[in-house]
Structure formats: C-alpha cells, structure tokens
Design a binder for this molecule. Structure first.
Ligand code: NAD
Ligand code: MG
Length: 475
C-alpha cells in the first residue's frame, strides 16, 4: 500500500491475492491494510492537510493536477494493460475510454482550484462586512468498486484535490493495481507526501476507515447494502457523505424511435463492461408495435458478440470480475428461467481458460415481481417488456427502489423532454446511453445514492463554506 509518499507493507504483514479474471490466475499479492495502517494513513493525510498541502496556493494545486493528467497520459499504455489484467476489462475499452477518461478528469479538475470563490453577502446590519470562504471539508475517505477502478479514482481524487482536501483511498480488493501505480505518479507529479494515501484491503479495511474518528468525509461507490451501512455510520458520526450505489435503470424505446440507433445504443447500455455498470440499461421497455423487431435486433447483435480475454484486441466483452460474481449472475439467469421468463442468448458459458465468461443474455415474458426484474444483477442480463402508452411506461419505469439512470429513444422532442422531466433518476439519456464528461454531474436518487460527483456539484461536495462577519464601525 502507499502511505505518506512511500510503499509500505501492512503493519501485521497480512497480504491478499489479486486475480486476473480472464484466466482465474493470481497476478500478485498486495498488502492487506489493518487498523494500524488505517491509522497511519489518516494521520499522514491530516498532517499533509495542516502542513504542506494545506499551505499551497490554489494555482499550485491546479498545476499539480495538470501534471498528474500529463503523467497518466504519458503512462497510458501501461495503465490500460494493468487495468485490463486486474479487472478483466477489454483492452480496447481501457485504451480508448478508461485511461483517456482519467486524463480528462484530472485535466478538468486542474482548472477548478482557482475558481473556488466565496461571496460577499449583502447583510442588513450597517457597517458590517460579511463574506464566505470556500474551505476543504478535510480528510476524506474514498472507497471504490472494481468496475471502473482508475476512472472512478480519477473523478473522486480530482474533485477532492481541487477542493484542497487530502485523501485516504481504498480501491476494491479485486482491482488494487492501477491505484497503486497512480500513487507513484502522484509522487512523481510533486504532490506533498500524505496528500493521497492508498490503502489496499477488503471490506474490513473499508469499514475501519469509515469508523476512523479523524475522517471528515466519506465518498463511497459500490453496493446499496454497503452504502446503507456506511450511510448509517456517517449519520451517527456526523461525517459528510456522498454515496453512489446501484441501479436497475429503465430504458424506454417509443414507437417513433430510430430503431437501428435504439438497438445499438440499448445493446451498449446493458452489455458494455459486461453489464457491470451502475448505470446499466438493465430494464428495457419497448412500445408493443416495435417490440419483436427490437428484441430480435438485440438477440442478433448478441449472437455475434466477441466474448473473450481482456488483453485480446478483438474482445468486445471481457469476463466478469470474479468467480463469486460469475456465480451470482448465473444464479440470476437460472432464477429467471425457473420463474417462467423466456431466455434468449447463450446459456452454457464458453470454456475459455478458466476465466469468468457469460455471453449477453436477454429475457422476455418477464413479470414485474421476478427477481431478474427487481434486483441489480451487475452482469450481461437484460429484461425486456412491451408497453402501450406513456403513462403506463412511466409507471413501469418507477416500479423500482433505484433511481440512477433512465433513457428514452424517440424522434418526438415533446415526448423526450416530458419524459426527461417526469422520470425519477439522477441522469437521463435521450437517444443515447452512458454519455459522460468530467463537467457533467453524475449520481442517483432513491436507493441509488445521494450527492453528485463530477462537475461543479462534485467539487462543491468537498467544500464547506465558512461565513466571516466583520464589524467596520470606525474606531
Ligand atoms: P461492495 O459494496 O461490497 O464493495 C465496494 C467497495 O466497498 C469495495 O472497495 C469493498 O472493499 C468496500 N466495502 C465492502 N464492505 C464494506 C464495509 N462494510 N465498509 C466499508 N467498505 C466496504 O460491492 P461488491 O461486493 O464488490 O459487489 C457486489 C454488488 O454491488 C455488485 O454485484 C453490484 O450489484 C454492486 N456494485 C455496484 C457498483 C456501482 O458502481 N454502484 C460497483 C460495484 C458493485
Ligand atoms: Mg484482479
């Protein structure tokens, strides 16, 4: 792990393996952080905040973030390969999206420090100057999942560092490697030691970090179950909190949609990253007049999907992250069949060198109370349902605990924007799916989380306004 500018072992010497999901083989061992390590990392972050990092002028914070962007870009090939090996993400995706996306995040956030202005408040009291300062929240714990390790690290770190916070970051136990390499690049960029500390470990490490009394804010992305637990603890400890949790997002195709675009976009929306995305378009609702055409378009496209090892440039869909996730998703597919839904797609997994592969699948004849229709599967499994009119489909769309993303495919501007306003979700995609940009806020409502990441709200979630009152009464 990486504490106060150096690689260190766990105080108690524990380690764990990280595995290549394309083969099921061990890549290497990394340190497993325990209570003593959590404590040193938080202490290093506090000292950096009160010391060299906290003393840096805004323009210097921006300059360091810009250098980090340049270093990630200069090491893009290595980072893409590391991410693909550790997380099973296709090299075509890590090369074209994850790593350039991380560069864009750091570059975007490098512009923010010099724009974080307070306000002068026009108060009623005479001879009084009242103004606000935008101060960093403090020491931040950032806990990450395994589905977009480097990209999410970059948007969480970018916002926190732009705001002037210091960070203890815990990558997921399945994907610790790019965060560790990034820690070296952070040192190389010239950030003072302790500004960013990377603790490798599992849920136990995460839990110790959440409990640490000297952590001011927690930013978590992961499962709703763990999010609820962290939310309760943050409430009790009165710590600031951002949660980015699961989804079961509705994707609606109206009768007048450009069907080729809708099929291609809906395919990527659910099967991109092998379905392991919080914003996955996992519930498809299609107007009954075009339902059969859309379903057969998706099934045709899925039949030619290239599922394979992450480092093969031809691979479109890599393996699932782990044997555990593979079993979870298979259990959902079996449950769907057992509960009476009709399955399209490849049931038996291809035997590819011990990796955790599942081909794109699609269910029709789905009832709203089936588990496959209600629970986040986090795999390449789509459920499709026909509808008749807009009010009916809005009701279907809202029949979920979640509220992360929603999509609408139509040529009718009125319907598009009416639905964009009505759908209860943090993000709405019109005639597209999974568009993203560092400047555009992202996050969910209901059980999908609270707060926003990226964009101005993302930076503001790491700031506390301080109000300063000054008497100007002449002496
Ligand atoms: P998880 O929520 O258990 O893990 C996410 C992160 O939280 C990891 O870094 C983990 O070590 C840490 N963690 C686990 N338990 C913790 C605790 N008690 N306190 C503090 N930190 C803790 O998710 P998972 O087990 O990796 O995946 C399970 C399911 O979660 C997936 O199938 C999917 O449905 C969902 N998920 C959602 C996202 C997302 O982007 N919103 C990402 C990953 C997983
Ligand atoms: Mg791994």
């Amino acid at each position: 792990m990486h504490i106060n500018g150096d690689f260190v072992r766990a105080a108690d010497g524990r380690t764990f393996e990280t595995v290549d999901p394309s083969t099921g083989e061990r890549i290497t061992e990394v340190a497993h952080a325990g209570a003593a390590d959590v404590d040193s990392a938080v202490r290093a972050a506090r000292l950096a905040l009160e010391g060299p990092w906290g003393a840096l002028p805004a323009i210097e914070r921006g300059r360091l973030l810009g250098r980090l962007a340049d270093l990630v870009e200069a090491n893009a090939g290595e980072l893409a390969e590391l991410e693909s090996r550790d997380g099973g993400k296709p090299i075509s995706a890590t090369t074209s999206m994850d790593v350039p996306g991380a560069v864009a995040q750091f570059r975007y956030f490098s512009g923010w420090p010099t724009k974080l202005e307070g306000r002068t408040i026009p108060v009623a009291m005479p001879d009084t100057l009242c103004y606000t300062r935008q101060e960093p929240v403090g020491v931040v714990a950032q806990i990450l999942p395994w589905n977009f390790p480097l990209l999410m690290t970059s948007w969480k770190l970018g916002a926190a560092l732009a705001a002037g916070c210091t960070v203890v970051l815990k990558p997921a136990e399945q994907t610790p490697l790019t965060a560790l390499r990034l820690a070296e690049l952070i040192v190389e960029a010239g950030f003072p030691p302790g500004t960013v500390n990377v603790l490798t470990g599992d849920g136990e490490t995460g839990s110790l970090l959440v409990d640490h009394p000297d952590v001011d804010k927690i930013a978590f992305t992961g499962s709703t179950a763990v999010g609820r637990e962290i939310g309760a603890k943050a409430g009790a400890g009165l710590k600031r909190l951002t949660l980015e949790l699961g989804g079961k997002s509705p994707n609606i195709i109206l009768a007048d949609a450009d069907l080729d675009a809708a099929i291609a976009g809906s395919y990527q929306g659910i099967y991109g990253n092998s379905g392991q995305a919080c914003y996955a378009a996992s519930r498809l609702f299609v107007h009954h007049s075009v339902f059969d055409e859309v379903v057969s378009g998706l099934v045709d496209r899925a039949s030619t999907a290239v599922v394979g090892p992450a480092l093969d440039p031809a691979t479109e869909h890599g393996p699932l992250i782990s044997a555990e996730q593979y079993q979870r998703v298979r259990a959902f597919v079996e449950d769907g069949v057992a509960s009476g839904a009709t399955l399209h797609g490849d049931v038996p997994p291809p035997a590819l060198d011990g990796g955790y592969y599942i081909r794109p699948t699609l269910f029709i004849d789905v009832k709203p109370d089936m588990r496959i229709a209600r629970e986040e599967i986090f795999g390449p499994v789509l459920v499709a349902t026909p509808f008749d009119d807009l009010s009916e489909v809005v009701e279907y769309a809202h029949d979920t605990d979640y509220g992360l993303a929603a999509g609408v495919w139509t040529r009718n501007l009125g319907n598009a924007h009416t639905l964009a306003a009505r759908l209860r979700a943090g993000v709405v995609y019109l005639n597209t799916w999974s568009a993203g940009d560092p400047a555009a806020p992202f996050g969910g409502v209901k059980a999908s989380g609270s707060g926003r990441e990226m964009g101005q709200p993302g930076v503001e979630s790491y700031l506390e306004p301080k109000t300063v009152w000054t008497s100007l009464t002449p002496a």
